[in-house]
Every structure is written in C-alpha cells, then in structure tokens.
Design a protein around this ligand. Structure first.
Ligand code: FE2
Length: 216
C-alpha cells in the first residue's frame, strides 16, 4: 500500500524539479514580467523590438522617396513621371509603416515611446548625385539599394521571430505580404534601370524625357 504512494510522491517531486527551471528560463529569456492579462496575444520582446526597428525603417524609406519626389517636381527639373513614381513610393512606405504599427497593436504590443530616427526634411542638401549624367538613373539605383536594404531588414526580422521565439503568425504575415511586394518592387526597379541605361546612350536628354513619359 505504501509503495504506490511513495512512487507517486517521487514522481510528483520529479515533475516539479523538471518543470520549474523551464518556467523560470522562459521568463528570464523574455526579460519581461507580463501579467496574465497581458499575455493574451503575447509577442516576445526581442521580436517586438526588431519590429519597431522595421517600422522606423519604413517611415525612413518614405521620407527618402519624398526627397526624390520633391526634387523631380521642381519646375527646373520637371520630370512628372519620376515625380509621380516617387510620391507613390513614399505613400506606399508610409502605408507599410502604418500596417506594421496596426499589426503590433493587434498583437497587444504597447506603443513604443522611443523617438524615430528620421530625416527632418524632404529636400536634399545640395544637388543629388547623377549617374551617367542622369539624376533620374541615379534615383532609380538609390531606390533599388533602399529596397534591398528594407528586404534584408525584413529577412532579419523573420529570422529573429521564427525558431525559438515561435512567432510564425508574424513571420507568415511578413513573408506573404511584405516580402512578396519587396521582390516585385526590386524586379520593377531593376527593369527600369536597365531600360533607362539603354535610352541614355545616344541622346541622354531626349532618352530621359521619353523614359519619364512612357516608363514611369
Ligand atoms: Fe516598405
């Protein structure tokens, strides 16, 4: 009669010893002391912090494109196709930033009060650099580099939030919506750069003008 009780007590003690460090390490790894009511849709702090960096980057990209939009919209430059393209790009990046803020709030992340590190104005300091004599070509190259930077950052965010942090809902959202758009955007820019390069060969001014009218 005593034997089953003895083994029962030993098994219980074993379970307590095995389970306790796991609970402690989960809390320690998180570094947060979330109450039960805050855990309803919980996102790991490392993941939400990197998500905040991504939001910062999206708004940064928006201002970066706004600088080019304002440049091409000037009467002395007057390339309406490039102007429209970059104003649209700026709106899209702003929209991405808002979407990620909405996602974070849906997941119960408290709005972060850290200030964003954004450019303070929409004008370049001085004349933007040209490539092959064309600021338009340089702008497309800079836009492609910016998109590559954003894609890399999204991939890093995915890497942080998958695996041990097990945030596959965020990973799925980023992979399906954001990466899809990144890949398509990069392909579009690479195609435009290739085409504009060809059109600049014989008559750069005319080539840039026709490209602005027909390809932007
Ligand atoms: Fe974006």
């Amino acid at each position: 009669m005593m034997k089953p009780i003895f083994f029962g007590v030993v098994a219980l003690m074993f379970a307590v010893v095995v389970m306790q460090p796991e609970q402690v390490s989960m809390q320690a790894a998180d570094g947060a002391t979330a109450t039960d009511s805050e855990k309803w849709n919980y996102m790991h702090k490392t993941c939400s912090s990197k998500l905040h960096d991504q939001i910062n980057m999206e708004f940064g990209a928006s201002l970066f494109y706004l600088q080019y939009a304002a440049y091409f919209a000037q009467y002395k430059v007057n390339l309406p196709g490039f102007e429209k393209f970059f104003f649209n790009a700026a709106s899209e990046e702003r929209e991405h930033g808002i979407k990620l803020i909405e996602y974070a709030l849906m997941r119960g992340v408290t709005p972060i009060s850290d200030s964003f590190n954004l450019a303070a104005n929409y004008a370049f300091e001085g004349e933007p650099a040209a490539v092959n004599g064309s600021v338009a070509l340089a702008a497309l190259g800079k836009a492609l580099a910016k998109e590559q930077e954003v894609t890399k950052s999204i991939r890093e965010l995915i890497k942080i939030c998958e695996g041990d942090l097990n945030d596959y809902h965020l990973v799925d959202y980023l992979t399906g919506e954001f990466l899809e758009e990144q890949h398509q955007g990069q392909r579009e820019l690479a195609g435009k750069i290739s085409m504009l390069n060809k059109m600049l060969v014989t008559n750069p001014e005319l080539g840039e003008y026709i490209f602005d009218q027909q390809n932007m």
